[in-house]
Design a protein around this ligand. Structure first.
Ligand SMILES: *Cc1c(COP(=O)(O)O)cnc(C)c1O
Length: 448
């Protein structure tokens, strides 16, 4: 195989129709940002737009802006724009609250539906390596409702869908391994087993093609501050299939989910459709910033939208894997993310196996080795953490995920092929020099 050169990477950038979109972002000079899967970067337009919302809409318009600036309608209007990226229909999504809170709402609704349609089923099935907040929310709901949370490995899911399972609750793209589930197949398996399917799209909305209707999914939630670039703590979103949307009250039945909030009646009457999944007054300034984030994705539509974004995302992650093999193939790194495109999100995760490991990236089985996750002592936790810190000091911002994962997110809106080259070159230098062993890179901070 001929080596990949920096020149090759630059040629690919020159031929990339999405290349100009990086100018939509205010990325700091000298930074290669491989963490848009954790916090999307700041769009250039956001600061001025939020300033206008503060100074004019709030400052001058005051309370009139609920009507005049369209504040009151924002959860549905922003929700409609999100719907287009997840295979949902207009009027089926609201932008609101946090991912964790929205999961609480939909899982509760799903358990109520299951209790009616399939009494006796009291198990929520999920994956042991699911994102912790999803598991914690499920535990809290199970305690309240006398249900059980059953956790299995990804490959054990189909067999674990037995007659006790009420709800299959999964995250589409795993936050730590980057592995992507087959949403349609698992939803079908859940339905055939008599269970409902709840999908968390935190690492897939805006990152990979999502087709909620085609998959016949029942409920979905997702995040506004990752691939939607909505800013820290941006409103999340919630989708409920129209066949379920009006069957139950969601448990946080606040006045924004009321059919006529400004009638101020003492009795709760749920709004039709997805509207009842709102709770209270929404963070307008954050919603304005989220709308600016969605602008950046919509700027890709003339170039092919998600089809083009996905093609470039796969090209970037393929290139990263190939360059890590080429530059750091004998450094003791192991590929955790699947090589199979159908099973890969928009990130690549490596684990560090320690200085004496015989592994090299290219010797790995294609499916990676996800079961090793969560088993302390398999990977080299301190090494992985320190390598990420050393990379950040060099301007390559990825992140560390316990226990032993170096995680790199690739957002095709603003990353190019030369960026991938440079990031791997920096990783190679960090490994070759051993500088990651310096004490300052080993000190843990509160947020990793
Ligand atoms: C990022 C993420 C969340 C975040 O939840 P918050 O309520 O916004 O803190 C939840 N679930 C998954 C799978 C995530 O990746």
């Amino acid at each position: 195989m001929t080596a990949i050169s920096l020149h090759d990477c630059r040629s690919r950038d020159a031929a990339d129709p999405l290349r100009p979109l990086r100018d939509l972002f205010a990325l700091p000079p000298g930074v290669i940002y491989l963490d848009g899967n954790s916090l999307g970067p700041l769009p250039r337009a956001t600061a001025a737009r939020v300033a206008r919302a503060v100074e004019q809409e709030w400052g001058q318009g005051l309370i009139r802006s609920w009507n005049d600036a369209g504040w009151f309608e924002m959860p549905g209007r922003v929700g409609d724009r999100i719907a287009a990226w997840i295979g949902a229909g207009a009027g089926e999504v609201v932008a609101t609250d946090t991912t964790s809170i929205n999961l609480y709402k939909v899982l509760s609704a799903a358990l109520q539906i299951a209790a009616q349609d399939a009494p006796g089923r009291r198990v929520v099935l999920s994956e042991r390596s699911n994102f912790p907040t999803d598991l914690y929310i499920a535990q809290a709901l199970c305690r309240q409702q006398g249900c059980t949370l059953r956790l299995v490995e990804a490959q054990e899911l189909p067999a674990a869908l037995d007659g006790e399972v009420a709800v299959l609750m999964l995250t589409h793209v795993n936050y730590r391994s980057g592995a992507m589930h087959d949403m349609a197949a698992l939803t079908r398996a859940a339905h055939e087993a008599g269970a409902l399917a709840v999908w968390d799209l935190a690492h897939s909305a805006g990152a990979v093609p999502v087709h909620l209707h085609d998959a016949q999914a029942d409920f979905a939630i997702g995040c506004g501050y990752k691939y939607f670039n909505g800013g820290p703590g941006a409103p999340a979103f919630v989708w409920v299939h129209p066949r379920h949307a009006e069957r139950f009250w969601q448990p946080l039945a606040g006045w924004w989910g009321h059919d006529a909030p400004f009638a101020f009646t003492p009795e709760y009457v749920p709004a039709p459709g997805i509207g009842r999944y709102l709770c209270g007054t929404q963070p307008v300034l954050a919603m304005v910033a989220l709308a600016c984030g969605l602008d950046t994705l919509e700027a890709s539509l003339p170039h092919g939208g998600m089809r083009a974004l996905r093609a470039k995302s796969l090209a970037l992650t393929d290139l990263f894997i190939a360059l890590v093999e080429q530059r750091c193939g004998d450094a003791g790194l192991r590929l955790v993310t699947p090589r199979d495109h159908a099973q890969r999100g928009s990130q690549v995760c490596l684990s560090y196996q320690g200085p004496h490991a015989r592994h090299c990236v290219s010797s790995l089985p294609p499916e990676g080795a996800v079961p090793a996750l969560g088993q302390p002592g398999d990977g080299h936790a301190e090494g992985a953490y320190a390598m990420v810190q050393a990379l950040i000091a060099r301007g390559v911002v990825g992140d560390y995920r316990a226990p032993d994962i170096l995680r790199f997110g690739f957002t095709p809106l603003y990353l190019g092929f030369e960026d991938v080259w440079k990031a791997v070159e920096q990783l190679g230098q960090v490994l070759d020099s051993g500088e990651w062993r310096r004490p300052e890179f080993g000190r843990r901070q509160a947020v990793t």
